[in-house]
Ligand binder design. Sequence first.
Ligand SMILES: [Zn+2]
Length: 645
Amino acid sequence: MKNDQLPLKSLYINPFSILNLRLRLNLNLPLNLNLPFLLLSLLMVSANLASAQSGYWQQKVVYDMDIKMNPEKHQFSGEQTIKYTNNSPDTLTKVFYHLYFNAFQPGSMMDVRSRNLPDPDRRVGSRISKLKEDEIGFQKIDWLKQDGKKLDFEVVGTVAEVMLHKPLFPGQSTELSMEFNAQVPIQIRRSGRDNSEGVEFTMTQWYPKLAEYDKDGWATSPYVGREFHGVFGTFNVNITIDSAYTIAGTGVLQNPNEIGHGFASAKAQTTPLTWKFKAENVHDFAWAADTNYVHTQTKADNGTELHFFHLQDSILDSMWIALMPKTVALFNIMNNRFGEYPYPQFSVIQGGDGGMEYPMCTMITAEGTFGGLVSVTVHEAIHNWYYGVMATNESKYPWMDEGFTTFAQNIVLDSINEKGKSNPHSHSYTGYVFSAKSGTEEPLTTHADHFNTNQHYGLNSYSKGCVFLHQLSSVMGQEAFNRGMLNYWNTWKLKHPTPDDFKRVMEKTSGLELEWYFEHWIGTTKTVDYAIKNVIADGSKTNVLLQRVGEMPMPIEVTVETEKGKTIYYIPLEVMRGAKKPDNEHVKWVQSTDWPWTYEFYDLEVKIPFGEIKSITIDASEKLADINRKDNQFPSEDLIIFKAK
Ligand SMILES: [Zn+2]
Protein backbone atom coordinates (compact mmCIF):
# COMPACT_ATOMS: atom_id res chain seq x y z
CA MET A 1 0.00 0.00 0.00
CA LYS A 2 1.36 3.36 -0.92
CA ASN A 3 1.61 6.05 1.74
CA ASP A 4 -0.81 8.26 -0.10
CA GLN A 5 -3.50 5.60 0.17
CA LEU A 6 -3.14 5.19 3.91
CA PRO A 7 -6.24 6.56 5.59
CA LEU A 8 -5.44 8.35 8.84
CA LYS A 9 -7.82 6.23 10.89
CA SER A 10 -5.89 3.08 9.99
CA LEU A 11 -2.75 4.48 11.58
CA TYR A 12 -2.32 2.22 14.59
CA ILE A 13 0.82 2.79 16.57
CA ASN A 14 2.20 -0.20 18.36
CA PRO A 15 4.26 0.85 21.40
CA PHE A 16 6.75 -1.96 20.66
CA SER A 17 7.32 -0.62 17.20
CA ILE A 18 8.10 2.74 18.75
CA LEU A 19 10.76 1.08 20.90
CA ASN A 20 12.13 -0.68 17.84
CA LEU A 21 12.14 2.54 15.91
CA ARG A 22 13.97 4.20 18.79
CA LEU A 23 16.63 1.51 18.67
CA ARG A 24 16.95 1.69 14.91
CA LEU A 25 17.08 5.48 14.85
CA ASN A 26 19.63 5.46 17.69
CA LEU A 27 18.48 8.91 18.67
CA ASN A 28 20.90 10.99 20.63
CA LEU A 29 18.46 12.88 22.83
CA PRO A 30 18.54 14.27 26.39
CA LEU A 31 17.37 11.65 28.89
CA ASN A 32 14.64 13.77 30.40
CA LEU A 33 12.65 13.81 27.14
CA ASN A 34 9.68 11.50 26.95
CA LEU A 35 10.90 9.43 24.02
CA PRO A 36 7.77 7.44 23.20
CA PHE A 37 5.75 10.65 23.25
CA LEU A 38 8.30 12.44 21.08
CA LEU A 39 8.37 9.59 18.57
CA LEU A 40 4.59 9.43 18.57
CA SER A 41 4.54 13.14 17.74
CA LEU A 42 7.07 12.64 14.94
CA LEU A 43 5.03 9.76 13.53
CA MET A 44 1.86 11.81 13.67
CA VAL A 45 3.53 14.68 11.81
CA SER A 46 4.73 12.42 9.00
CA ALA A 47 1.39 10.60 8.88
CA ASN A 48 -0.36 13.95 8.65
CA LEU A 49 1.77 15.02 5.69
CA ALA A 50 1.16 11.72 3.91
CA SER A 51 -2.55 11.89 4.63
CA ALA A 52 -2.71 15.19 2.73
CA GLN A 53 -3.63 13.07 -0.24
CA SER A 54 -5.83 10.41 1.30
CA GLY A 55 -8.79 10.06 -1.03
CA TYR A 56 -6.87 11.84 -3.76
CA TRP A 57 -7.09 10.37 -7.26
CA GLN A 58 -6.05 11.37 -10.75
CA GLN A 59 -6.73 10.04 -14.24
CA LYS A 60 -3.99 8.40 -16.30
CA VAL A 61 -3.16 8.35 -20.01
CA VAL A 62 -0.72 6.57 -22.29
CA TYR A 63 -0.51 8.33 -25.67
CA ASP A 64 0.89 6.67 -28.78
CA MET A 65 1.07 9.05 -31.73
CA ASP A 66 2.43 8.68 -35.27
CA ILE A 67 2.71 12.02 -37.01
CA LYS A 68 3.53 12.61 -40.68
CA MET A 69 4.52 16.17 -41.49
CA ASN A 70 4.03 17.83 -44.88
CA PRO A 71 6.20 20.95 -44.46
CA GLU A 72 5.33 22.46 -47.87
CA LYS A 73 1.60 22.49 -47.12
CA HIS A 74 2.15 23.17 -43.38
CA GLN A 75 -0.12 20.25 -42.66
CA PHE A 76 0.21 16.89 -40.97
CA SER A 77 -1.75 13.73 -40.41
CA GLY A 78 -1.80 11.78 -37.18
CA GLU A 79 -2.77 8.44 -35.72
CA GLN A 80 -3.40 8.61 -32.02
CA THR A 81 -4.17 5.92 -29.47
CA ILE A 82 -4.79 6.76 -25.83
CA LYS A 83 -5.06 4.14 -23.14
CA TYR A 84 -7.23 6.01 -20.66
CA THR A 85 -7.61 4.84 -17.06
CA ASN A 86 -10.48 6.14 -14.96
CA ASN A 87 -9.16 6.39 -11.40
CA SER A 88 -12.11 8.57 -10.36
CA PRO A 89 -14.96 7.24 -8.22
CA ASP A 90 -17.34 8.20 -11.06
CA THR A 91 -18.64 6.30 -14.09
CA LEU A 92 -17.83 8.28 -17.24
CA THR A 93 -20.19 8.26 -20.22
CA LYS A 94 -18.34 10.85 -22.29
CA VAL A 95 -14.91 12.40 -22.73
CA PHE A 96 -13.70 15.73 -24.13
CA TYR A 97 -10.75 16.69 -26.31
CA HIS A 98 -9.11 20.08 -26.80
CA LEU A 99 -8.53 21.11 -30.43
CA TYR A 100 -6.48 24.23 -29.78
CA PHE A 101 -5.50 25.00 -33.39
CA ASN A 102 -9.17 25.75 -34.15
CA ALA A 103 -8.72 28.97 -32.16
CA PHE A 104 -6.67 30.38 -35.02
CA GLN A 105 -9.63 31.00 -37.34
CA PRO A 106 -11.45 34.29 -38.00
CA GLY A 107 -14.47 34.58 -35.73
CA SER A 108 -13.16 32.07 -33.16
CA MET A 109 -13.78 32.80 -29.47
CA MET A 110 -10.08 33.70 -29.12
CA ASP A 111 -10.32 36.11 -32.08
CA VAL A 112 -13.44 37.83 -30.73
CA ARG A 113 -12.03 37.96 -27.18
CA SER A 114 -8.83 39.57 -28.41
CA ARG A 115 -10.69 42.17 -30.46
CA ASN A 116 -12.98 43.06 -27.54
CA LEU A 117 -10.41 43.35 -24.74
CA PRO A 118 -9.51 46.96 -23.88
CA ASP A 119 -5.81 45.98 -23.78
CA PRO A 120 -5.33 42.99 -26.11
CA ASP A 121 -1.97 41.23 -26.37
CA ARG A 122 -0.39 43.21 -29.20
CA ARG A 123 0.95 39.95 -30.68
CA VAL A 124 -2.64 38.82 -31.21
CA GLY A 125 -4.69 42.02 -31.65
CA SER A 126 -6.91 41.52 -34.70
CA ARG A 127 -4.42 39.27 -36.52
CA ILE A 128 -6.58 36.13 -36.28
CA SER A 129 -9.46 37.90 -38.07
CA LYS A 130 -7.20 38.46 -41.09
CA LEU A 131 -5.90 34.91 -41.55
CA LYS A 132 -6.41 33.41 -45.04
CA GLU A 133 -7.48 29.82 -45.72
CA ASP A 134 -3.89 28.58 -46.01
CA GLU A 135 -2.83 30.54 -42.89
CA ILE A 136 -5.48 29.43 -40.38
CA GLY A 137 -5.02 26.52 -38.02
CA PHE A 138 -7.28 23.50 -37.69
CA GLN A 139 -7.44 20.06 -36.12
CA LYS A 140 -9.97 17.73 -37.77
CA ILE A 141 -10.80 14.34 -36.31
CA ASP A 142 -11.42 11.90 -39.20
CA TRP A 143 -12.78 9.17 -36.96
CA LEU A 144 -12.71 8.18 -33.30
CA LYS A 145 -13.12 4.73 -31.76
CA GLN A 146 -13.47 3.25 -28.29
CA ASP A 147 -12.00 -0.25 -28.08
CA GLY A 148 -12.32 -0.53 -31.87
CA LYS A 149 -15.91 0.69 -32.09
CA LYS A 150 -16.72 4.01 -33.80
CA LEU A 151 -17.93 6.87 -31.62
CA ASP A 152 -20.14 9.90 -32.22
CA PHE A 153 -18.64 13.25 -31.42
CA GLU A 154 -19.42 16.91 -31.78
CA VAL A 155 -16.84 19.64 -32.31
CA VAL A 156 -17.64 23.15 -31.09
CA GLY A 157 -14.74 25.56 -31.57
CA THR A 158 -11.73 24.23 -29.68
CA VAL A 159 -13.58 21.46 -27.82
CA ALA A 160 -14.78 18.04 -29.02
CA GLU A 161 -17.43 16.24 -26.95
CA VAL A 162 -17.36 12.48 -27.42
CA MET A 163 -20.08 10.05 -26.31
CA LEU A 164 -18.61 6.73 -25.19
CA HIS A 165 -20.39 3.65 -26.52
CA LYS A 166 -19.88 1.85 -23.24
CA PRO A 167 -19.52 3.53 -19.84
CA LEU A 168 -16.09 3.68 -18.28
CA PHE A 169 -16.42 2.43 -14.71
CA PRO A 170 -14.19 3.45 -11.78
CA GLY A 171 -10.84 1.66 -11.97
CA GLN A 172 -11.32 0.60 -15.60
CA SER A 173 -9.25 1.41 -18.68
CA THR A 174 -10.34 1.88 -22.26
CA GLU A 175 -8.61 2.49 -25.59
CA LEU A 176 -9.49 5.66 -27.48
CA SER A 177 -8.09 5.78 -31.01
CA MET A 178 -8.40 8.33 -33.80
CA GLU A 179 -7.05 9.56 -37.08
CA PHE A 180 -6.81 13.29 -37.48
CA ASN A 181 -5.35 15.87 -39.80
CA ALA A 182 -4.26 19.37 -39.02
CA GLN A 183 -2.99 22.61 -40.47
CA VAL A 184 -0.37 24.62 -38.61
CA PRO A 185 -1.44 28.28 -38.40
CA ILE A 186 0.84 31.22 -39.07
CA GLN A 187 2.20 31.87 -35.62
CA ILE A 188 -0.05 34.32 -33.81
CA ARG A 189 0.80 33.40 -30.23
CA ARG A 190 2.96 30.54 -28.93
CA SER A 191 2.00 27.94 -31.50
CA GLY A 192 2.38 28.02 -35.27
CA ARG A 193 4.66 28.31 -38.26
CA ASP A 194 7.03 30.89 -39.71
CA ASN A 195 7.12 33.34 -36.83
CA SER A 196 8.89 36.68 -36.85
CA GLU A 197 12.20 35.15 -35.67
CA GLY A 198 12.09 32.68 -38.55
CA VAL A 199 11.41 29.43 -36.67
CA GLU A 200 9.54 27.17 -39.09
CA PHE A 201 7.43 25.05 -36.75
CA THR A 202 6.61 25.77 -33.09
CA MET A 203 4.33 22.87 -32.29
CA THR A 204 2.55 23.52 -29.00
CA GLN A 205 -1.07 22.60 -28.25
CA TRP A 206 -0.81 20.85 -31.61
CA TYR A 207 -2.61 17.50 -31.17
CA PRO A 208 -6.12 16.50 -30.04
CA LYS A 209 -5.56 16.51 -26.27
CA LEU A 210 -7.79 14.60 -23.87
CA ALA A 211 -9.32 16.95 -21.29
CA GLU A 212 -8.58 16.41 -17.60
CA TYR A 213 -11.30 15.08 -15.32
CA ASP A 214 -10.66 15.72 -11.63
CA LYS A 215 -12.64 16.24 -8.43
CA ASP A 216 -14.01 19.47 -9.92
CA GLY A 217 -15.26 17.65 -13.06
CA TRP A 218 -14.18 18.13 -16.67
CA ALA A 219 -11.73 20.92 -17.49
CA THR A 220 -13.20 22.04 -20.80
CA SER A 221 -12.49 25.77 -20.91
CA PRO A 222 -12.55 26.86 -24.57
CA TYR A 223 -9.15 28.14 -25.65
CA VAL A 224 -9.09 31.93 -25.78
CA GLY A 225 -5.37 32.41 -25.42
CA ARG A 226 -3.94 31.19 -22.15
CA GLU A 227 -3.53 28.51 -19.47
CA PHE A 228 -3.86 24.74 -19.53
CA HIS A 229 -4.66 21.64 -17.49
CA GLY A 230 -3.88 18.09 -18.61
CA VAL A 231 -3.83 14.41 -17.69
CA PHE A 232 -0.58 12.91 -16.38
CA GLY A 233 0.80 9.93 -18.25
CA THR A 234 3.20 8.65 -20.87
CA PHE A 235 3.70 10.10 -24.34
CA ASN A 236 5.23 7.96 -27.11
CA VAL A 237 5.43 10.30 -30.10
CA ASN A 238 6.89 9.42 -33.51
CA ILE A 239 7.28 12.34 -35.89
CA THR A 240 8.19 11.75 -39.53
CA ILE A 241 9.60 14.77 -41.33
CA ASP A 242 12.07 15.64 -44.07
CA SER A 243 15.58 14.78 -42.82
CA ALA A 244 16.70 18.39 -43.30
CA TYR A 245 14.84 19.29 -40.08
CA THR A 246 16.08 19.13 -36.50
CA ILE A 247 13.38 18.46 -33.91
CA ALA A 248 13.53 19.61 -30.28
CA GLY A 249 10.86 18.90 -27.71
CA THR A 250 9.42 17.16 -24.68
CA GLY A 251 10.74 13.72 -23.85
CA VAL A 252 13.84 11.69 -24.56
CA LEU A 253 14.83 10.87 -28.11
CA GLN A 254 14.71 7.07 -28.43
CA ASN A 255 16.67 6.71 -31.68
CA PRO A 256 19.54 9.24 -31.46
CA ASN A 257 21.94 7.11 -33.49
CA GLU A 258 19.51 6.85 -36.36
CA ILE A 259 18.88 10.60 -36.23
CA GLY A 260 22.43 11.80 -35.52
CA HIS A 261 21.34 13.11 -32.11
CA GLY A 262 19.68 16.28 -33.06
CA PHE A 263 22.04 17.60 -35.69
CA ALA A 264 20.66 18.36 -39.11
CA SER A 265 23.30 16.24 -40.75
CA ALA A 266 21.91 15.94 -44.22
CA LYS A 267 20.31 19.19 -45.22
CA ALA A 268 20.57 18.49 -48.94
CA GLN A 269 18.61 15.29 -48.61
CA THR A 270 14.87 15.18 -48.73
CA THR A 271 14.32 11.72 -47.33
CA PRO A 272 11.79 11.37 -44.54
CA LEU A 273 13.16 10.54 -41.12
CA THR A 274 11.19 9.39 -38.07
CA TRP A 275 12.07 10.93 -34.69
CA LYS A 276 10.90 8.80 -31.77
CA PHE A 277 10.31 10.52 -28.42
CA LYS A 278 9.19 9.14 -25.09
CA ALA A 279 8.15 11.18 -22.04
CA GLU A 280 6.87 9.74 -18.78
CA ASN A 281 4.90 11.42 -15.97
CA VAL A 282 4.05 14.49 -18.05
CA HIS A 283 0.73 16.09 -18.96
CA ASP A 284 1.59 17.60 -22.33
CA PHE A 285 4.00 17.21 -25.23
CA ALA A 286 5.45 20.08 -27.30
CA TRP A 287 8.05 20.23 -30.06
CA ALA A 288 9.63 22.54 -32.62
CA ALA A 289 11.37 21.91 -35.93
CA ASP A 290 13.68 23.93 -38.11
CA THR A 291 16.37 23.26 -40.69
CA ASN A 292 18.75 25.78 -39.07
CA TYR A 293 18.75 24.74 -35.42
CA VAL A 294 22.12 24.63 -33.68
CA HIS A 295 22.08 22.04 -30.89
CA THR A 296 24.35 22.21 -27.82
CA GLN A 297 24.14 20.41 -24.51
CA THR A 298 25.45 20.30 -20.95
CA LYS A 299 24.44 18.78 -17.61
CA ALA A 300 23.12 20.01 -14.27
CA ASP A 301 25.05 18.84 -11.17
CA ASN A 302 22.55 16.03 -10.54
CA GLY A 303 23.05 14.69 -14.07
CA THR A 304 19.96 16.14 -15.79
CA GLU A 305 20.82 16.65 -19.47
CA LEU A 306 20.25 20.22 -20.62
CA HIS A 307 19.76 20.76 -24.36
CA PHE A 308 19.73 24.06 -26.24
CA PHE A 309 18.35 24.75 -29.71
CA HIS A 310 18.65 28.12 -31.43
CA LEU A 311 18.72 29.33 -35.04
CA GLN A 312 22.23 29.62 -36.43
CA ASP A 313 23.39 33.23 -36.14
CA SER A 314 26.76 34.65 -35.10
CA ILE A 315 25.34 36.81 -32.27
CA LEU A 316 22.92 34.14 -31.04
CA ASP A 317 25.68 31.48 -31.14
CA SER A 318 27.73 33.27 -28.46
CA MET A 319 24.69 34.29 -26.38
CA TRP A 320 23.41 30.73 -26.25
CA ILE A 321 26.84 29.40 -25.24
CA ALA A 322 26.83 31.91 -22.35
CA LEU A 323 23.29 30.82 -21.47
CA MET A 324 24.43 27.26 -20.69
CA PRO A 325 26.21 27.83 -17.33
CA LYS A 326 23.36 30.11 -16.21
CA THR A 327 20.90 27.29 -16.89
CA VAL A 328 23.08 24.83 -14.96
CA ALA A 329 23.10 27.26 -11.99
CA LEU A 330 19.33 27.64 -12.24
CA PHE A 331 18.74 23.88 -12.06
CA ASN A 332 21.18 23.51 -9.15
CA ILE A 333 19.47 26.24 -7.11
CA MET A 334 15.97 24.93 -7.84
CA ASN A 335 16.94 21.33 -7.02
CA ASN A 336 18.36 22.36 -3.65
CA ARG A 337 15.77 24.85 -2.58
CA PHE A 338 12.45 23.78 -4.13
CA GLY A 339 12.75 20.04 -4.93
CA GLU A 340 14.73 17.91 -7.37
CA TYR A 341 13.74 18.03 -11.05
CA PRO A 342 12.48 14.51 -11.74
CA TYR A 343 13.04 14.11 -15.49
CA PRO A 344 16.19 12.95 -17.31
CA GLN A 345 16.41 16.01 -19.56
CA PHE A 346 15.28 19.55 -20.31
CA SER A 347 15.44 21.52 -23.56
CA VAL A 348 15.64 25.28 -24.03
CA ILE A 349 14.25 25.91 -27.51
CA GLN A 350 14.07 29.07 -29.58
CA GLY A 351 10.34 29.03 -30.35
CA GLY A 352 10.36 32.59 -31.62
CA ASP A 353 7.54 34.12 -29.58
CA GLY A 354 7.66 35.30 -25.98
CA GLY A 355 8.19 32.43 -23.58
CA MET A 356 6.02 29.48 -22.77
CA GLU A 357 6.41 26.48 -20.54
CA TYR A 358 5.93 22.84 -21.48
CA PRO A 359 6.93 19.68 -19.66
CA MET A 360 10.67 19.02 -20.07
CA CYS A 361 11.14 21.99 -22.41
CA THR A 362 10.40 25.62 -23.04
CA MET A 363 9.83 27.70 -26.16
CA ILE A 364 11.41 31.13 -25.80
CA THR A 365 12.15 34.21 -27.86
CA ALA A 366 15.83 34.73 -28.66
CA GLU A 367 15.63 38.38 -29.63
CA GLY A 368 16.71 41.05 -27.17
CA THR A 369 19.45 41.35 -24.58
CA PHE A 370 21.40 38.55 -22.90
CA GLY A 371 19.80 39.53 -19.57
CA GLY A 372 16.40 39.10 -21.16
CA LEU A 373 17.36 35.71 -22.56
CA VAL A 374 18.52 34.51 -19.14
CA SER A 375 15.44 35.90 -17.43
CA VAL A 376 12.95 34.25 -19.81
CA THR A 377 14.85 30.94 -19.68
CA VAL A 378 14.86 31.00 -15.87
CA HIS A 379 11.16 31.83 -15.67
CA GLU A 380 10.01 29.20 -18.15
CA ALA A 381 12.30 26.47 -16.81
CA ILE A 382 11.02 27.06 -13.27
CA HIS A 383 7.54 26.40 -14.61
CA ASN A 384 8.60 22.77 -14.73
CA TRP A 385 8.28 22.90 -10.94
CA TYR A 386 5.12 25.05 -10.82
CA TYR A 387 3.00 23.81 -13.72
CA GLY A 388 4.95 20.79 -14.98
CA VAL A 389 5.36 18.73 -11.81
CA MET A 390 2.98 20.54 -9.44
CA ALA A 391 0.29 20.66 -12.09
CA THR A 392 -2.29 23.03 -10.69
CA ASN A 393 -5.30 23.81 -12.87
CA GLU A 394 -3.84 26.96 -14.42
CA SER A 395 -7.17 28.26 -15.65
CA LYS A 396 -8.62 28.27 -12.14
CA TYR A 397 -5.46 29.14 -10.21
CA PRO A 398 -3.13 31.00 -12.60
CA TRP A 399 -1.39 32.59 -9.59
CA MET A 400 -0.25 29.16 -8.37
CA ASP A 401 1.91 28.62 -11.44
CA GLU A 402 2.75 32.19 -12.52
CA GLY A 403 3.06 33.63 -9.01
CA PHE A 404 5.06 30.73 -7.59
CA THR A 405 7.28 30.72 -10.68
CA THR A 406 7.86 34.48 -10.42
CA PHE A 407 8.76 34.07 -6.74
CA ALA A 408 11.39 31.38 -7.45
CA GLN A 409 12.58 33.27 -10.55
CA ASN A 410 13.30 36.39 -8.46
CA ILE A 411 15.36 34.31 -6.03
CA VAL A 412 17.26 32.42 -8.75
CA LEU A 413 18.00 35.55 -10.82
CA ASP A 414 19.17 37.41 -7.71
CA SER A 415 21.54 34.53 -6.99
CA ILE A 416 22.94 33.84 -10.47
CA ASN A 417 23.33 37.53 -11.25
CA GLU A 418 24.97 38.00 -7.80
CA LYS A 419 22.72 40.93 -6.91
CA GLY A 420 22.13 40.01 -3.22
CA LYS A 421 19.09 42.28 -2.90
CA SER A 422 17.39 42.50 0.50
CA ASN A 423 14.05 41.98 -1.26
CA PRO A 424 14.42 40.48 -4.76
CA HIS A 425 10.61 40.59 -5.08
CA SER A 426 10.31 44.39 -4.74
CA HIS A 427 9.08 44.88 -8.33
CA SER A 428 6.31 42.33 -7.67
CA TYR A 429 5.25 44.40 -4.65
CA THR A 430 5.25 47.55 -6.78
CA GLY A 431 3.04 45.82 -9.37
CA TYR A 432 0.65 44.49 -6.76
CA VAL A 433 0.31 47.82 -4.89
CA PHE A 434 -0.38 49.58 -8.20
CA SER A 435 -3.14 47.03 -8.88
CA ALA A 436 -4.58 47.26 -5.35
CA LYS A 437 -4.86 51.04 -5.61
CA SER A 438 -6.24 51.01 -9.17
CA GLY A 439 -9.85 50.48 -8.13
CA THR A 440 -10.23 47.79 -10.81
CA GLU A 441 -8.41 44.89 -9.12
CA GLU A 442 -10.20 41.52 -9.31
CA PRO A 443 -9.72 38.72 -6.74
CA LEU A 444 -7.23 35.89 -7.32
CA THR A 445 -10.16 33.47 -7.56
CA THR A 446 -10.91 34.93 -11.02
CA HIS A 447 -10.60 32.36 -13.84
CA ALA A 448 -7.55 33.17 -15.99
CA ASP A 449 -9.73 33.79 -19.06
CA HIS A 450 -12.24 35.96 -17.24
CA PHE A 451 -10.16 38.95 -16.11
CA ASN A 452 -11.56 42.20 -17.53
CA THR A 453 -8.12 43.25 -18.73
CA ASN A 454 -4.86 41.55 -19.63
CA GLN A 455 -3.15 43.97 -17.27
CA HIS A 456 -5.02 42.73 -14.23
CA TYR A 457 -4.55 39.09 -15.22
CA GLY A 458 -0.80 39.83 -15.25
CA LEU A 459 -0.65 41.88 -12.04
CA ASN A 460 -2.75 39.28 -10.21
CA SER A 461 -1.21 36.06 -11.45
CA TYR A 462 2.44 37.16 -11.45
CA SER A 463 2.76 39.99 -8.91
CA LYS A 464 0.04 39.26 -6.36
CA GLY A 465 0.82 35.54 -6.63
CA CYS A 466 4.51 36.19 -5.90
CA VAL A 467 3.74 38.58 -3.03
CA PHE A 468 1.42 35.88 -1.62
CA LEU A 469 4.46 33.64 -1.01
CA HIS A 470 6.96 36.23 0.20
CA GLN A 471 4.40 37.64 2.62
CA LEU A 472 3.57 34.09 3.77
CA SER A 473 7.27 33.62 4.61
CA SER A 474 6.86 36.54 6.99
CA VAL A 475 3.77 34.96 8.60
CA MET A 476 5.35 31.50 9.02
CA GLY A 477 8.97 32.53 9.58
CA GLN A 478 11.64 31.93 6.93
CA GLU A 479 12.85 28.53 8.13
CA ALA A 480 9.35 27.03 8.39
CA PHE A 481 8.42 28.56 5.04
CA ASN A 482 11.45 27.04 3.28
CA ARG A 483 10.65 23.65 4.80
CA GLY A 484 7.02 24.09 3.76
CA MET A 485 7.95 24.67 0.10
CA LEU A 486 9.90 21.39 0.12
CA ASN A 487 7.08 19.59 1.94
CA TYR A 488 4.68 20.90 -0.70
CA TRP A 489 6.93 19.47 -3.42
CA ASN A 490 7.32 16.11 -1.70
CA THR A 491 3.59 15.82 -0.99
CA TRP A 492 2.19 17.04 -4.31
CA LYS A 493 4.78 16.40 -7.05
CA LEU A 494 3.33 14.82 -10.20
CA LYS A 495 -0.17 15.66 -8.97
CA HIS A 496 -2.73 18.46 -9.24
CA PRO A 497 -2.63 20.48 -6.00
CA THR A 498 -5.24 23.17 -5.23
CA PRO A 499 -4.90 26.25 -2.98
CA ASP A 500 -6.35 24.26 -0.07
CA ASP A 501 -3.77 21.50 -0.54
CA PHE A 502 -0.98 24.08 -0.37
CA LYS A 503 -2.59 25.69 2.68
CA ARG A 504 -2.75 22.37 4.56
CA VAL A 505 0.94 21.62 3.90
CA MET A 506 1.95 25.06 5.14
CA GLU A 507 -0.31 24.74 8.22
CA LYS A 508 1.11 21.34 9.12
CA THR A 509 4.66 22.56 8.61
CA SER A 510 4.27 25.74 10.67
CA GLY A 511 1.71 24.59 13.25
CA LEU A 512 -0.20 27.83 12.52
CA GLU A 513 -3.78 28.34 11.36
CA LEU A 514 -3.59 30.00 7.95
CA GLU A 515 -7.18 30.00 6.70
CA TRP A 516 -7.53 33.76 7.39
CA TYR A 517 -4.47 34.51 5.23
CA PHE A 518 -5.51 32.40 2.26
CA GLU A 519 -9.13 33.58 2.39
CA HIS A 520 -8.29 37.28 2.49
CA TRP A 521 -5.47 37.25 -0.03
CA ILE A 522 -7.06 34.90 -2.58
CA GLY A 523 -10.78 35.41 -2.16
CA THR A 524 -10.94 39.18 -1.69
CA THR A 525 -9.27 42.41 -2.77
CA LYS A 526 -8.94 43.64 0.83
CA THR A 527 -5.59 45.28 1.54
CA VAL A 528 -2.97 45.41 4.29
CA ASP A 529 -2.24 48.76 5.90
CA TYR A 530 -0.96 49.28 9.44
CA ALA A 531 -0.11 52.61 11.05
CA ILE A 532 1.61 54.09 14.07
CA LYS A 533 -1.13 56.33 15.46
CA ASN A 534 0.39 57.70 18.59
CA VAL A 535 3.58 57.48 20.69
CA ILE A 536 3.32 58.34 24.38
CA ALA A 537 6.17 58.71 26.88
CA ASP A 538 5.41 57.01 30.19
CA GLY A 539 8.40 57.14 32.56
CA SER A 540 10.66 54.15 31.93
CA LYS A 541 8.25 52.92 29.21
CA THR A 542 6.83 54.14 25.93
CA ASN A 543 3.34 53.29 24.72
CA VAL A 544 2.89 52.90 20.98
CA LEU A 545 -0.67 53.01 19.70
CA LEU A 546 -0.97 50.92 16.52
CA GLN A 547 -3.88 50.97 14.09
CA ARG A 548 -5.10 48.40 11.56
CA VAL A 549 -6.15 50.75 8.76
CA GLY A 550 -6.59 48.13 6.00
CA GLU A 551 -9.30 45.46 6.16
CA MET A 552 -6.86 42.54 5.93
CA PRO A 553 -5.29 41.61 9.29
CA MET A 554 -1.67 40.48 9.53
CA PRO A 555 0.79 39.63 12.30
CA ILE A 556 3.20 42.54 12.53
CA GLU A 557 6.71 43.31 13.67
CA VAL A 558 7.52 46.67 15.21
CA THR A 559 11.21 47.53 15.25
CA VAL A 560 12.34 49.97 17.95
CA GLU A 561 15.80 51.43 17.43
CA THR A 562 17.97 53.04 20.09
CA GLU A 563 21.67 53.92 20.27
CA LYS A 564 22.28 50.40 21.66
CA GLY A 565 20.60 48.58 18.78
CA LYS A 566 17.26 47.24 17.62
CA THR A 567 14.46 45.37 19.40
CA ILE A 568 11.69 43.70 17.42
CA TYR A 569 8.27 43.55 19.06
CA TYR A 570 6.34 40.76 17.37
CA ILE A 571 2.52 40.83 17.56
CA PRO A 572 0.92 37.57 16.34
CA LEU A 573 -2.69 37.53 15.18
CA GLU A 574 -4.98 35.69 17.53
CA VAL A 575 -6.53 33.68 14.64
CA MET A 576 -3.09 32.16 13.89
CA ARG A 577 -3.35 30.20 17.17
CA GLY A 578 0.40 30.34 17.50
CA ALA A 579 3.51 32.33 16.77
CA LYS A 580 6.50 32.08 14.46
CA LYS A 581 10.13 31.92 15.50
CA PRO A 582 12.40 34.90 14.79
CA ASP A 583 14.34 34.62 11.50
CA ASN A 584 17.48 35.96 13.12
CA GLU A 585 18.59 34.57 16.50
CA HIS A 586 20.88 37.52 17.15
CA VAL A 587 18.17 40.14 17.07
CA LYS A 588 16.38 41.13 20.31
CA TRP A 589 12.90 39.64 19.95
CA VAL A 590 9.94 40.36 22.22
CA GLN A 591 6.70 38.50 21.60
CA SER A 592 3.68 40.58 22.61
CA THR A 593 0.14 39.40 23.24
CA ASP A 594 -1.99 38.38 20.25
CA TRP A 595 -3.99 40.97 18.29
CA PRO A 596 -7.63 39.88 17.80
CA TRP A 597 -8.47 40.93 14.23
CA THR A 598 -11.76 42.72 15.03
CA TYR A 599 -9.85 45.25 17.15
CA GLU A 600 -8.87 48.33 15.18
CA PHE A 601 -6.27 49.50 17.72
CA TYR A 602 -3.50 47.84 19.73
CA ASP A 603 -1.50 49.29 22.60
CA LEU A 604 2.10 48.17 22.43
CA GLU A 605 4.09 48.64 25.60
CA VAL A 606 7.77 49.23 24.87
CA LYS A 607 10.03 48.96 27.90
CA ILE A 608 12.35 51.69 26.72
CA PRO A 609 12.19 55.34 27.87
CA PHE A 610 10.88 57.61 25.15
CA GLY A 611 14.04 59.74 25.16
CA GLU A 612 16.20 56.76 24.13
CA ILE A 613 14.13 55.85 21.06
CA LYS A 614 15.60 56.87 17.73
CA SER A 615 12.90 55.34 15.53
CA ILE A 616 9.92 52.99 15.46
CA THR A 617 9.05 51.09 12.27
CA ILE A 618 6.22 48.69 11.42
CA ASP A 619 7.44 45.87 9.13
CA ALA A 620 11.02 47.03 8.68
CA SER A 621 11.76 43.98 6.48
CA GLU A 622 9.06 45.20 4.05
CA LYS A 623 7.64 41.71 3.58
CA LEU A 624 4.08 42.93 4.15
CA ALA A 625 2.28 44.33 1.12
CA ASP A 626 1.40 47.40 3.17
CA ILE A 627 -0.20 49.73 0.64
CA ASN A 628 0.71 52.86 2.59
CA ARG A 629 4.15 52.82 4.21
CA LYS A 630 4.19 56.51 5.07
CA ASP A 631 2.35 55.84 8.34
CA ASN A 632 4.62 52.91 9.33
CA GLN A 633 7.32 55.17 10.68
CA PHE A 634 8.03 57.26 13.75
CA PRO A 635 9.17 59.97 13.77
CA SER A 636 7.24 61.13 10.76
CA GLU A 637 6.23 64.46 9.34
CA ASP A 638 2.71 63.03 8.85
CA LEU A 639 0.08 63.09 11.52
CA ILE A 640 1.64 61.52 14.62
CA ILE A 641 0.32 62.91 17.85
CA PHE A 642 3.04 63.10 20.46
CA LYS A 643 2.11 63.60 24.08
CA ALA A 644 4.53 63.56 27.02
CA LYS A 645 2.93 62.65 30.32
ZN1 LIG B 1 5.01 32.01 -16.60
